[in-house]
Design a protein around this ligand. Structure first.
Ligand code: FUL
Length: 459
């Protein structure tokens, strides 16, 4: 059996692929749930909807993309096909698609319009293709895997570069006794073949895993280094458990899968970062009575997710007209303003970071200095995760010693953004890591000057 130091060192060197690193860089992108459900008010279609109900006469994808960009998002993932089986593109393999809708006389293609708009605006494009299909006559038979693979190939080859392919494991209620075994290894091989830079999202990886809820809640400590038992299709980079495998621990997604108490039981660790997917409204598809999140709520969500070593996939459901609801547009644009004011270059205060004490075993104390005292509002810490994720806990402090910290947290990973309230030119950062600490950067943001001007104007 391994000794603890060897185990920790191996865990600290589990590395992301280039595509996973690029996905971490993006951090924040839009989800779009759009289908026949937009017209029926259902959240899960039955599969027998008439394609004639899909008629987004005012659809303008450049307008969608303008809002998405204004909110600081770097890409978009759209439901090319949801569980109802209706295709937003004119797939050759089914009649259940836009080609039988009155929209643009059956000549429309939402994916074409959106992928072109994304390219024009310089943001990334990705697709959600539901494995569960309540329309396809093949569903529940081995032929369904051919059907899905054919549709996937259309998406992978006809719409330019994809940054993400999003799948879930919803297998449904088994209507008519149908239950489908999805051939994910075959689907994933196709994605790798045609879109080698695209990350694959599935509940448990291989590239990006689900955070485990749809409420917008990330774990306090989100690890990208997790048991291979949980992310079955991800590549294992280590071999052998520290304490013989315990399936309850390693395969239980309700736990904190990357915590040390969990991974010591894993037979092999892999790298799979977590995505938080949630909606700007209480539902995935448009419901006129729903109210969107407020700009402050989205900012808080952003801090906990993008600023908590996960990515945020925030759903904006279009209305039957094809437009976003003006209330959602207003909330997103106002949020974008808050984001630029609070975490943009105008609020950043240059600082120097110096290791002032090395305590060994991945423990160290850093001094962070700004040129002059500043009213600090946020501190961002980033690990160089290209070499692995290592930080187990940290504290941001006014003094090097003592029990009191301005902020204390668990993981850091690609990005940790902390709310801090202190007027000072010196902060201390204590870190406890699994192996040698490799910091990519520390950034300091002062209370936004825009807010200050408003305040001065008021008083
Ligand atoms: C789930 C689906 O069942 C929901 O309808 C939604 O699309 C969500 C993002 O994924 O698995």
């Amino acid at each position: 059996m391994k000794d603890f130091q060897t185990f920790l060192k191996e865990a600290a060197h589990v590395k992301p692929s280039a595509r996973q690193l690029a996905w971490y860089e993006l951090g924040f992108y839009a989800f779009i749930h759009f289908s026949v459900n937009t017209y029926t008010g259902r959240q899960c279609g039955l599969g027998d909807e008439d394609p004639a109900i899909f008629n987004p006469t005012e659809l303008d994808c450049d307008e969608w993309v303008e809002t998405i960009k204004a909110a600081g998002m770097k890409g978009v993932v759209i439901t090319a096909k949801h569980h109802d089986g209706f295709c937003l593109w004119p797939s050759k393999y089914t009649e259940h698609s836009v080609k039988n809708s009155p929209w643009k006389d059956g000549k429309g293609d939402v994916l074409r319009e959106l992928s072109d708009a994304c390219r024009r605006a310089g943001i990334k494009f990705g697709v959600y293709l539901s494995p569960w299909d309540r329309n396809s006559k093949y569903y529940g038979t081995p032929e369904y895997n051919d059907y899905y693979a054919n549709q996937l190939t259309e998406l992978l080859t006809e719409y330019g570069e994809l940054f993400m392919v999003w799948q879930d494991n919803a297998c449904g209620e088994g209507a008519n006794g149908k239950k489908q075994e999805y051939d994910f290894p075959r689907f994933n091989a196709l994605i790798r073949k045609y879109q080698p830079n695209a990350v694959i999202f599935n509940d448990f990886g291989p590239d990006v895993r689900w955070c485990g809820n749809e409420a917008g809640t990330a774990r306090e400590g989100e690890w990208a280094v997790v048991p291979g038992e949980l992310c079955k299709r991800a590549e294992r980079q280590t071999k052998g458990a520290l304490i013989p495998s315990d399936p309850f621990v390693t395969q239980n997604p309700d736990r904190d899968p990357g915590a040390l108490s969990n991974i010591i039981h894993s037979d092999g660790l892999c790298f799979a970062g977590s995505e938080v997917d949630t909606s700007i409204r209480p539902h995935w598809f448009y419901v006129p009575e729903d109210e969107p999140r407020t700009p402050e709520n989205i900012f808080d969500l952003y801090l906990r997710t993008v600023g908590g070593n996960t990515s945020l996939n925030l759903n904006i459901p279009p209305m039957p007209s094809g437009k976003f609801d003006p209330r959602d547009v207003a909330a997103l644009k106002e949020f974008g303003k808050l984001l630029r004011e609070r975490l943009g270059p105008d609020s950043e205060v240059p600082c120097t970071v110096k290791k002032i004490r090395d305590e060994g075993f991945g423990r160290a104390l850093y001094e962070i200095k700004t040129e002059a005292p500043a009213e600090i509002a946020y501190v961002e810490i980033a690990e160089n995760i290209a070499e692995g994720q290592r930080i187990e806990s940290f504290q941001i402090r006014r003094t090097p010693e003592g029990t009191w910290a301005l902020c204390a947290g668990l993981t850091v990973g690609a990005r940790k953004i902390c709310r801090v309230s202190a007027k000072t030119d010196t902060l201390y950062l204590r870190i406890n890591a699994r192996d040698e600490i490799d910091l990519k950067h520390v950034k300091i943001y002062q209370k936004s000057t825009v807010a200050k001007v408003e305040k001065e104007g008021l008083f």
